[in-house]
Ligand binder design. Structure first.
Ligand SMILES: *[C@@H]1O[C@H](CO)[C@@H](O)[C@H](O)[C@H]1NC(C)=O
Ligand SMILES: *[C@@H]1O[C@H](CO)[C@@H](O)[C@H](O)[C@H]1NC(C)=O
Length: 225
């Protein structure tokens, strides 16, 4: 688990792009938070020259694994201005683990997961969350989940209110160290995860990754990436 300060240094590497910010340093779970979005239509020009972000998704970034944790909105129109979000109390514990983050997407197909990604906006500073009632589990940082939390490498989208459900699913697959990769079409994790409210899973992407894995993976050895 990295110290939050390491996260702030890592985040500053993304300081070329659009931004989200909040006024408060302390946020109460269950209450409205006003998120200010600027440069809403910006894209990462090096990777997506000429594209325009038409939509945003706002969510939480997590200091435990330095990655997107869960979503607070579905796709919303990419506009400068303010968006109200509510962090569900059950999503996680109180503490300075969270930043609000936003991804920009260009014409994402309805019900797609992360298709159309064009930029990761600069997240807020980590803030202190109060009234969080959730917990961390060891599975949150299992290397078998690719060390990127419960959404894998862009393989799923988990609304924050369903994060505890996803944690339970991860608990069913782990800590059995022979359970194997969580990101296969038939994994215990994925079969369970798809039943959690509002979760979207990118099966095409998972299948593609699975097809491209070394043969040994199909014979039951563990791929850690
Ligand atoms: C959004 O804000 C940025 C930065 O201030 C500005 O460059 C851009 O033109 C604005 N976009 C719109 C659609 O107003
Ligand atoms: C935080 O939780 C406590 C205990 O559940 C509750 O009494 C209090 O009203 C909550 N605070 C806010 C600001 O929602």
């Amino acid at each position: 688990m990295l110290h939050p300060v390491a996260g702030l240094i890592a985040l500053s590497a993304f300081a070329f792009a659009a931004d989200v910010s909040i006024k408060e340093g302390i946020v109460t779970a269950g209450q409205a938070v006003e998120v200010t979005v600027s440069n809403a239509n910006e894209v990462n020009e090096d990777l997506y020259p000429g594209a325009v972000a038409t939509n945003l998704k706002i969510g939480l970034f997590n200091s435990n694994y330095q990655y997107w944790m869960c979503s607070l909105t579905d796709f919303i129109p990419a506009k400068n201005g303010t968006v109200i979000v509510i962090i569900p109390p059950e999503m996680g514990p109180s503490g300075a683990y969270y930043a609000i983050s936003a991804y920009g997407l260009s014409n994402p197909p309805p019900n797609s997961v992360w298709s159309g990604f064009v930029v990761r906006h600069v997240p807020t500073q980590y803030f202190f969350l109060t009234n969080g009632t959730g917990i961390w589990t060891p599975e949150d940082i299992s290397p078998l989940l690719q060390g990127q939390g419960l959404i894998g490498l862009w393989d799923a989208d988990i609304p924050c209110s369903s994060y505890p459900c996803a944690q339970k699913c991860a608990g069913k697959q782990f800590p059995d160290e022979h359970a194997g990769d969580a990101w296969t079409l038939s994994s215990t994790y994925l079969i369970c995860l798809k039943k959690c409210d509002g979760v979207k899973i990118d099966y095409d992407r998972i299948k593609e990754t699975e097809d491209n894995k070394p043969l040994a993976t199909h014979c039951g050895s563990i791929s850690t990436q």
